[in-house]
Every structure is written in structure tokens, then in C-alpha cells.
Design a binder for this molecule. Structure first.
Ligand code: ATP
Ligand code: MG
Length: 344
């Protein structure tokens, strides 16, 4: 009997589907969701390992999962509602006792909440920038306890939603204005963080336990950004300046690093992955502080996997640098999941 693999995904709506009067542009609200081409590429890769059953992660998902009962669900669904959205599909899989790839609900919730992730890392001795959270207008003055320059970010977003260039604040007035903008536009707390001025890297991690390994480190090259822009890999860099027609040459992989720093970055990323209890795969964003030491900005336990090598997608890029083509990458993640459950 071939392996029956469910593919759980959220497909990005096209601009024409945008409901009238939407509060924010569609490409922001659904920025984390996948394009049809990515879903098709993951499906094609999985088809080399078994029979694939598409399980769109919408309201039909629970009944579809109950009725189809695949041997394992390959999860790339980002979810929609609330700070626990990434955990919904794994939690439903657990409810129906169906195995699934990737991190469990607890690790996904901790990772999406940048404050909780940082608390876990601090307790585990994984370095991360200092920061404080402003929950509402009443405590906005707390933001000023973080020295400028500072970064102001929504607490539970990804894909640089709510992190435009203005998120890097040079003055106390800028910080307060940005805190107000996050509270109002994203209706969630704002994380105010010390700005790390050094080089930035992202590290793809694959596998579990002692076998978890880092793929070649990707450097984010701020010199590839338009002249005069701020040195962050934020909303404009990901969604405006980088187009399929003219991709920004923003990644260097493998990063040029002296061996000691490379080891420190890799060790820090693996430490961040393990401390949160992530499984099978994840991507850790790391930046050097003023003393040149790596600190963890955040972790993405559901990393983006655009299939086109011309498009900027760190995880597949790091895999290619390790000699692992796209289909192998997807099947390696699947295998990591299957091994955890002892499925042959
Ligand atoms: N404390 C910080 N110091 C320096 N730069 C930062 C800091 N926090 C964020 N940045 C910059 O902003 C970018 C986006 O921040 P972050 O990775 O936290 O957001 P995200 O939306 O979760 O990202 P992703 O698209 O990877 O999901 C980082 O890649 C980095 O360039
Ligand atoms: Mg990031």
C-alpha cells in the first residue's frame, strides 16, 4: 500500500477575491499563505513518496481529515485567525490522532508570539535582543525604556507584516508613533526591541534531536537594497522591492564567515530550535549585535518554500547549497516526521 500523505495548506487568494472595504491590502493579511505554484510544487515532491491528498486548511479541514485519515499530514498551513492560528491544523491532527510533520501546537504558538519565544530563549541561555512589550495605549510610555535606535514590531505576525522601514526608529518620537501604529493597525501588542546593527543571517534547520542539523547559512545582504534604504529585511524588501521579474539579489549562501563565527551562528540557531521544542524543520533569523555576537531575532517553524530558484526563498536556497534539490528537501522533512512516529 502506498503511503497516503495529506497536504494541509492555505492558498493565497488572488487580488480579485478581495472583499470590498477590506481593512488592509490583501497581500498583507494573506502574506503568509502560499501561492498555487508552491502548493503544486510541494504536492509534486510528495507524490514521489506516496499518494497525496490535498487538504485545504479551511472550514472543511476537520471533516476532510476525519474522512480521509491519511497516514501523515504534511503541514504548510499558516492559519488565519488569532495568535494561535499556526497551531490550529496540528491541534486538529492531534484531535483525530493523525500524524503530521513539523512542530506541535505549543512550539508553533510560542514561536509566533515573539515575547514568549524570547522568554524561553532567555531561560535556556540562547541570546536574543532585549525588548519590552506595550499592550495598549496606557503603557505606551514603557516603550521609552528601550534605548534608540529600536525596532517596533507587532507581537504575533510573520512575513514582515507590520515591519516597514518605519519600524526601525531613531528617536523616542518615532518609537511612540510606531507603537501607536502597531496597536491601531494590527490590534495587538507591540514589541519594542533594541536594534542589532550587525550582519544578518538566517539558518535553515532540518531533523530532530541529536540529528537536527543546520543547512549552509544564508546572509541577508543589505547592500542589495535600494540606495538609501534602512538595513532591515522588512516589508518593502520582501514584498515591494523584490519582484518575480526583478528579484533582489539579497541572499548570499553559503555566507562568507570565518569558521568560529559560523560555528557560533549555527550553534545559536540549533539552540533556538531545540529550546522551543521545534520539530522536523524551521528557519532561525539571527543578527550580530554591536560586539559581533549572534543573537536570535525569531524562528519560523513553518518556513516558506518557494520552488522557483529565481525567487527569494531562504530554505530551498540553503538546501540547494547543501546539494539538496527542492523535492529532496520536502521529502527529507517528510521522512523526519515519519521517523518520529516510527512509520516505515
Ligand atoms: N531587534 C532587531 N534588530 C535589528 N534588526 C531587526 C530586529 N528585529 C527585526 N529586525 C529586522 O527586521 C526584519 C524582520 O523582522 P522579523 O524577522 O522579526 O519579522 P518577521 O515578520 O517575523 O519575519 P519573517 O518574514 O522571517 O517571518 C529582520 O529580518 C531584520 O532585518
Ligand atoms: Mg524574520
Amino acid at each position: 500500500m502506498p503511503l497516503r500523505i495529506g497536504l494541509a495548506y492555505n492558498e493565497k487568494p488572488s487580488a480579485e477575491d478581495e472583499p470590498p472595504g477590506s481593512p488592509r491590502p490583501i497581500d498583507d493579511r494573506f502574506a503568509e499563505w502560499d501561492d498555487p505554484s508552491t502548493i503544486a510544487a510541494v504536492e509534486a515532491a510528495l507524490a514521489g513518496a506516496g499518494d497525496v491528498i490535498r487538504l485545504e486548511a479551511d472550514e472543511s479541514f476537520p471533516a476532510l481529515l476525519r474522512d480521509t485519515r491519511p497516514d501523515i499530514v504534511f503541514n504548510i498551513a499558516e492559519g488565519l485567525h488569532g495568535p494561535n492560528r499556526e497551531a490550529h491544523i496540528p491541534a486538529i491532527c492531534e484531535f483525530f490522532d493523525v500524524p503530521y510533520t513539523g512542530s506541535d501546537p505549543l512550539a508553533l504558538c510560542l514561536s509566533l508570539d515573539k515575547r514568549r519565544a524570547k522568554e524561553v530563549w532567555a531561560a535556556a541561555g540562547v541570546p536574543t535582543p532585549d525588548g519590552i512589550v506595550v499592550s495598549g495605549p496606557a503603557d505606551r510610555s514603557h516603550a521609552l525604556s528601550v534605548p534608540v535606535p529600536a525596532m517596533v514590531k507587532p507581537l504575533f505576525e510573520g512575513s514582515s507584516k507590520g515591519i516597514p522601514e518605519a519600524a526601525l526608529c531613531a528617536s523616542a518620537d518615532d518609537v511612540l508613533a510606531r507603537v501607536d501604529a502597531v496597536l491601531a493597525e494590527y490590534r495587538q501588542p507591540a514589541l519594542v526591541e533594541e536594534f542589532l546593527p550587525g550582519r544578518e543571517f538566517t539558518v535553515a534547520v532540518i531533523g530532530n534531536g541529536a540529528a537536527a542539523r543546520a543547512l549552509p547559512v544564508v546572509e541577508i545582504r543589505f547592500d542589495a537594497l535600494p540606495a538609501g534604504s534602512k538595513p532591515i529585511y522588512g516589508y518593502e524588501a520582501k514584498w515591494i522591492w523584490d519582484t518575480p521579474e526583478q528579484p533582489l539579489q539579497i541572499f548570499r549562501c553559503p555566507a562568507e564567515l570565518d569558521p568560529a563565527l559560523q560555528e557560533e551562528i549555527t550553534r545559536t540557531a540549533l539552540g533556538a530550535f531545540r529550546a522551543l521544542g521545534c520539530r522536523d524543520w524551521g528557519r532561525v533569523d539571527v543578527r550580530l549585535d554591536g560586539r559581533g555576537r549572534p543573537r536570535v531575532l525569531e524562528i519560523n517553524p513553518l518556513p516558506g518554500v518557494l520552488p522557483d530558484p529565481e525567487q527569494n526563498s531562504c530554505f530551498p536556497k540553503a538546501a540547494r547549497a547543501a546539494g539538496m534539490p527542492y523535492d529532496d528537501l520536502i521529502r527529507t522533512v517528510l521522512r523526519a516526521g515519519l521517523e518520529r512516529y516510527g512509520i516505515a
